[in-house]
Design a binder for this molecule. Structure first.
Ligand SMILES: Cc1cc2nc3c(=O)[nH]c(=O)nc-3n(C[C@H](O)[C@H](O)[C@H](O)COP(=O)(O)OP(=O)(O)OC[C@H]3O[C@@H](n4cnc5c(N)ncnc54)[C@H](O)[C@@H]3O)c2cc1C
Ligand code: FES
Ligand code: FES
Length: 1231
């Protein structure tokens, strides 16, 4: 005592080992790694920023590191991946941690895992890459030659927002033993096997290339080269300290008891202190109280009852191994429960969470969506409790799961182990779950089901059913099960059981997560699956039946219900055109060049904004946002926040020396707030933690105002719009409608939150002279940040320099918003005179920054019965949120592009941006086009259905055929469009696939397939021609090295790589002689946002221009000394006083129509083909609800659209009140 912190011994496996002395018990491994700290031996300052913060909740994998521990049971070193953001630093006492920096470095050695992800083009922005590397590295430490399934499992919870997972998996696949070939054209023949002159589905082999990297050039994996587990930790593990370690923090204490006895005594002393195991459930909440961590409890225990007793401290990953072992050892009839648990463990969270989370923590959390508790409950598991007083057993039943005090642990008790009995002959146990996606997603509903049949019969002797996700706790259907005892396992029982279950498991309107009708359907659908599974098992045991008793048969048609969807590694092939064989080898244009930063992404050495080391006297900022949707601000009381230690100041609107944003779009709210999440003020403190804490102490008094508008329909009702209507018209729509059939329909297209992996962040450094500011910011538009800061501070633009090294994903969300954060941080910097760092946490980022505009579209289409569309009238409303932002431009863009690829003579398009009390929506990939085109394509699909023709026929019939004018009066030649359409049909073997789909659907009652092909015409560029300009600055230094600067920002799209390709071609020197350092407003002024799919084109031309100017200047020297080297010429040029620096400039960019562009804005719409393929599949069944009227296609919407006996069972009269409270997932979702 007396010490604030105590020593924790943790070894960071790094070329030099590092021991940490002082730790804050409230800290996580992530904060520990990313802050400055000292090496033990020398006084070096080191900041390990390779491990990234992206979500802070264990959900994205960006912070993955490898932990190595000595396992006292197996006496082996266990390596496992964890998410550093959830790992309490004190829990690592005695462990070794390997971060991405420890794996390799471009400065020293680059191991295969880092080399391969980079060279396989597995990185774009690179923000997720260190996490990917660490997941893969841990896998390879445990399995040097993994299977593809193991690879998928290891990467299952690592998110990437830009690269798409295929190239990442491809890099991992190079380590796998087996590797499937690609399945071109359904022939089973790999595209790489086509002969030289074969005309493969992709084109002539000599012209196309599919090989993006040369696997044979990769270094091989040598497990003997890996860092060893530190001997001192091994010694520590072999002679574990039996004394209790205590770490004191400001607000809590972490106690690591040396023995179980110590722990039990501590529990008596601190009954309220939580027992932190994996900390995946407690998260940040533990730090407010005393804490303790259990000594490792032996994973497998012996028990006198038949079954398996697993120690509560056992991780879920260890539990997976234990169950797999038992399943392999024991007869099948005994392992029914273990199989069901194992099935769920495979999809529960991701590998990192399963490595951290404990069985005890899982059970005790009593989470309503727990995947294991329903299975444990139905299989009569018991909990072995221990306290200083002794031991006792309690059943893991519905009373325990409901948290009834009489059935729960006493405060001084802990869970020691869980006993799971064996199943027996004639007993069947199954587990079911439905989540938003198969991996790394909490279930909507899950279930555990167990039936024991009377030996040799199909009559029910015992039955247990439990559901998760349908109430505040896991719910047992005890009453229904009792009523079904003695019944035979047949259709009559099933009908009765469904009725009973729906009655007993009555979902209230407040069921967690809503989706009440869907959940009710799942309740009975799961039972049906269980019914079928048991029947199938009975079929195997049929011989044991007495002749006189026949059990029900499963019709073959229904069997598809029993097949689970497999998670398989995605297959794909990327093709590109080979360069002309005469192209000089040095010329990189057209070749698949690795991203310039790829190797640094892979080693964690690529610096992002928040990786910049702390600067002198730096302070941190945290934002205070509105908790009301529409209210008057009565008062803001900051006094309590200012009283907190380390808090320096609170910045309000009154501190702004210049302009506080625009009218109706203030940087800091003054009198009124118009949405939850609107920024009101900001706290500046010495630490980020303290700044965040202080925001909670600011007291704001509001007076609520009316109306509060959330939906488009409400906005229309209140005439609440952000800007005037936009309209385009051609032909005579009304007249055309008179002569044709018509459909009138409404379509709702949902919005999308921005989720770039790197949240918004900025570092503002005020300089001592002339009001100068240096701003390091993660933005797509540094010039806009510069301009906004200038007007906010009322200082000229020339005093402000914005720097962008690289951005961890933008997708439109970093066009306008970073200026707001930059300006507020700049006010803080000017007021306090200190550098200010503002890093949004994920919650704030998602709350404040808005996203894609939801759209409500109404269309009226007039068509002939052959599918020819004669007239189309579309009215679109977008939900703009509370300020204008980009909503007017998005409306214009949407209207301009609504015709998509179709030539329809009579058109009328109208659009309006609605003003609602939601955070302002903003630019998002596609800028309104995906939403608008989805309305148009829904209309095409509806016409197809009415005409009884396949949708692709209607698309073909109405597509542009000849040179014509678009609705925005631009001449358009559809040659590329038609060629591309035909190539896609051909290369995808569309028609044979369609036949296969139809055959499949005939044979399968419960599973359906769908197929769709969607054309896309997308004109790239901005509407304002002034935006079509770019500049570049190219310097050649006297050693011949070249520094290129241009106006584009590196967002992961590889613009810097492309610019150097251009410069290399123009200057005829290798890319290795060139460098791009950053984008800066000081080198290239007045830049345009990196957006609208044109930045590489316009900046590339500017770079080309600068290089051509330089080459022209060098020409006389080159001509005079053609045999000279580049360095000779540069030296001569310098001697002759020839300027070696040039500005390049480009303007007059003409809009070009691209049909298919894999990257950029337009690529976004390609995903719609999945929506229409799902719609195609849904169209093959009886439709309960019109599927086409609403996107996105969630599992819920797909299920509810398909009518069957189970959807029919939900009481229709419930529909009204079930939906009234729900927040619509997409606009206007209120049937
Ligand atoms: C990203 C993510 C995804 C997830 N996905 C899923 C999913 O798909 N399905 C699912 O079912 N769950 C999921 N979970 C939840 C996860 O299963 C639980 O968080 C986890 O099992 C809790 O274990 P823990 O060791 O981390 O508990 P902790 O957070 O350490 O502790 C939880 C609680 O249990 C108490 N406790 C722990 N051990 C004992 C003991 N031995 N005796 C008495 N009390 C004890 C603690 O005091 C605390 O109150 C997810 C979690 C995360 C973070
Ligand atoms: S998992 Fe840790 S930051 Fe996302
Ligand atoms: S490269 Fe994966 S998030 Fe950008």
């Amino acid at each position: 005592r007396g010490h604030r912190y105590k020593t924790i011994i943790i070894s960071l496996l790094f070329p030099t080992q590092v021991m940490e002395r002082n730790v804050d018990p409230e800290g996580t491994l992530l904060t520990f790694l990313r802050k400055n700290w000292t090496l033990l031996s020398k006084s070096w300052l080191l900041r390990l920023t390779g491990t990234k913060y992206a979500c802070g909740r264990g959900g994205c994998g960006a912070c993955t590191v490898m932990v190595s521990k000595h396992d006292p049971v197996s006496r082996k070193i266990r390596h496992f991946s964890v998410t550093a953001c959830l790992m309490p630093i004190c829990s690592l006492h005695g462990a070794a941690v390997t971060t991405v920096e420890g794996v390799g470095s471009i400065k020293t050695r680059l191991p295969p895992v880092q080399e391969r992800i980079a060279k396989s083009h597995g990185t774009q922005c690179g923000f997720c890459t260190p996490g990917m590397v660490m997941s893969m590295y841990t896998l390879l430490r445990n399995h040097p030659q993994p299977s593809e399934e193991q690879l998928m499992e290891a990467l299952g919870s690592n998110l990437c927002r830009c690269t798409g997972y295929r190239p990442i998996l491809e890099s991992g696949r190079t380590f796998c033993m087996e590797s499937n070939s690609c399945q071109q054209k359904g022939t089973g023949k790999c595209c790489l096997d086509w002969g030289e002159n074969d005309s493969s589905p992709l084109g002539k082999k000599s012209e196309i290339c599919t090989k993006l990297f040369a696997k044979e050039e990769f270094q091989s994996l040598d497990p003997t080269q890996e860092l060893i587990f530190p001997p001192e930790l091994l010694r520590m593990a072999e002679n574990p300290e039996k004394r209790t370690l205590t770490f004191y923090g400001e607000r809590g204490t972490w106690i690591s008891p040396g023995t179980l006895k110590d722990l039990l005594e501590l529990k008596v002393k601190h009954p309220k202190a939580p027992l932190v195991l994996g900390n995946t459930s407690l998260g940040k909440s533990w730090c407010h109280d005393y804490n303790s961590v259990a000594p490792l409890m032996s994973p497998v225990k012996t028990s006198c009852f038949p079954g398996l007793t697993i120690g509560a401290g056992c991780s879920l990953a260890q539990m997976q191994d234990i169950l797999a072992e038992r399943i392999a050892e024991l007869p099948e009839e005994k392992t029914q429960t273990y199989r069901a648990l194992l099935k769920h463990l495979r999809s529960l969270a991701g590998q990192q969470i399963r490595n951290m989370a404990s069985l005890g923590g899982h059970v005790i959390s009593q989470h309503c969506c727990s995947d294991l508790n329903p299975v444990l409950a139905v299989s009569n598991a018991t909990l072995n409790l221990i306290s200083a007083e002794g031991t006792r057993q309690i059943p893991l039943n519905e009373h325990f799961l409901a948290g009834l005090a009489s059935a729960d642990l006493k405060p001084e008790e802990i869970l020691e182990s869980v006993h799971i009995p064996h199943s027996q002959k004639w007993e069947f146990v199954s587990a079911f779950r439905q989540a938003q996606c198969q991996q790394n997603a909490l279930p909507h509903v899950n279930a555990g089901m167990r039936v024991l049949l009377k030996e040799g019969t199909d009559s029910i002797e015992d039955l247990s059913i439990a559901y998760g996700g349908v109430g505040a706790a896991t719910i047992s259907a005890h009453r229904s099960c009792q009523l079904l005892l003695g019944r035979r396992w047949n259709e009559l029982m099933l009908d009765e059981a469904c009725r009973l279950l729906l009655d007993e498991v009555s979902l209230p309107g407040s069921a967690p997560g809503g989706r009440v009708e869907f959940k009710r359907t799942l309740v009975v659908s799961f039972l049906f699956k269980f019914y079928l599974e048991v029947l199938q098992e009975l079929k195997k045991l049929v011989k044991l039946f007495s002749d006189s008793r026949h059990h029900s048969e499963v019709s073959d048609q229904f069997l598809s219900a029993l097949e689970d969807f497999l998670v398989t590694i995605p297959q794909g092939v990327q093709t590109y055109q080979n360069v002309d064989p005469h192209q000089p080898l040095q010329d990189p244009v057209g070749r698949p060049i690795m991203h310039l930063s790829a190797l640094k992404h892979a080693t964690g050495e690529a610096m992002f904004c928040d990786d910049i080391p702390m600067v002198d006297k730096e302070l941190f900022m945290a934002l205070v946002t509105s908790s009301r949707a529409h209210a008057k601000i009565i008062s803001i009381d900051v006094s309590k926040a200012l009283e907190l230690p380390e808090v320096v100041d609170v910045i309000t609107a009154e501190d702004i020396p210049g302009t506080n944003g625009a009218e109706g779009d203030k940087l800091l709210a003054i009198d009124e707030v118009n949405c939850v999440g609107q920024i009101i003020c900001a706290v500046v403190a010495e630490t980020d933690v303290q700044a965040k804490r202080a925001t909670e102490k600011i007291e704001i008094t509001y007076e609520d105002l009316e109306p509060v508008i959330f939906t488009i329909k409400d906005a229309i009702k209140h005439n609440s719009f952000l800007c005037p209507e936009k309209k385009l018209e051609q032909g005579n729509v009304e007249e055309a409608f008179e002569k044709v059939d018509q459909i009138l329909e409404e379509v709702h297209v949902g919005g999308q939150k921005h989720f770039y992996m790197e949240t918004q962040r900025v570092l503002v450094i005020p300089k001592t002279e002339d009001k100068e500011l240096d701003i390091y910011v993660s933005t797509q538009d540094p010039a806009h940040v510069q301009k906004t800061v200038s007007s906010t501070l009322n200082i000229p633009i020339n005093r402000i320099t914005c720097h962008v090294k690289r951005v961890g994903g933008g997708f439109g969300g970093k066009v306008g918003k970073p200026a707001v954060f930059g300006a507020i941080a700049a006010v803080g910097a000017i007021k306090t005179g200190h550098p200010i760092r503002l890093v949004l946490d994920r919650e704030d980022d998602m709350l404040i920054t808005g996203g894609r505009h939801p759209v409500f579209g109404k269309y009226k289409v007039g068509f002939m019965n052959n599918g020819r569309i004669k007239a189309l009238d579309i009215e679109c409303y977008i939900n703009g949120g509370c300020t204008l932002d980009d909503s007017e431009l998005v409306t214009e863009f949407l209207i301009l592009k609504l015709e998509n690829a179709y030539k329809i003579r009579n058109l009328r398009f109208q659009g309006r941006a609605c003003m609602t009390n939601l955070p302002s929506n903003t630019a998002f990939r596609g800028f309104g086009f995906p939403q608008g085109a989805l309305v148009t394509e829904s209309c095409i699909t509806a016409v197809a259905a009415k005409c009884g023709l396949p949708p692709e026929k209607i698309r073909e019939k109405n597509m542009y055929k000849t040179v014509d004018k678009t609705i925005y009066k631009q001449a358009f030649n559809p040659e590329t469009l038609i060629r591309c359409w035909n190539e896609c049909l051909d290369k995808s073997s569309f028609y044979s696939r369609r036949m296969h789909v139809e055959e499949f659907n005939k044979k399968n009652y419960w599973k359906k397939k769908g197929i769709a092909i969607i054309p896309m015409k997308f004109s790239v560029g901005f509407a304002a021609t002034s935006y079509h300009q770019a500049a570049a600055l190219v310097h050649i230094y006297t050693d011949g090295s070249v520094l290129v600067t241009h106006g584009g920002n590196e967002l992961g799209q590889g613009i810097h790589t492309k610019m150097l390709q251009v410069a290399s071609r123009e200057l005829k020197i290798p890319m290795s002689c060139m460098h791009i350092s950053e984008t800066s407003t000081a080198t290239v002024p007045n830049t345009i946002a990196t957006a609208a799919s044109i930045s590489a084109d316009v900046n590339g031309r500017a770079v080309q221009n600068a290089c051509q100017i330089l080459l022209k200047r060098l020409e006389p020297i080159i001509k005079k000394h053609p045999e000279g080297t580049w360095e000779d010429w540069i030296e001569a040029a310098f001697e002759q006083r020839i300027s070696l620096s040039a500005t390049g400039y480009f303007r007059n960019f003409l809009n070009q129509c691209a049909f298919l562009q894999g990257l950029g804005e337009s690529g976004m719409f390609l995903g719609s083909s999945v929506f229409f393929a799902i719609a195609d599949a849904v169209a093959t069944v009886d439709i309960a609800e019109d599927f086409m009227v609403q996107s996105p296609a969630t599992p819920e919407r797909v299920r509810m659209a398909c009518a069957d006996r189970f959807t029919e069972m939900r009481p229709r009269e419930l529909s009204m009140w079930i939906h009234t409270w729900q927040i619509p997932p997409a606009e206007g979702y209120s049937r």
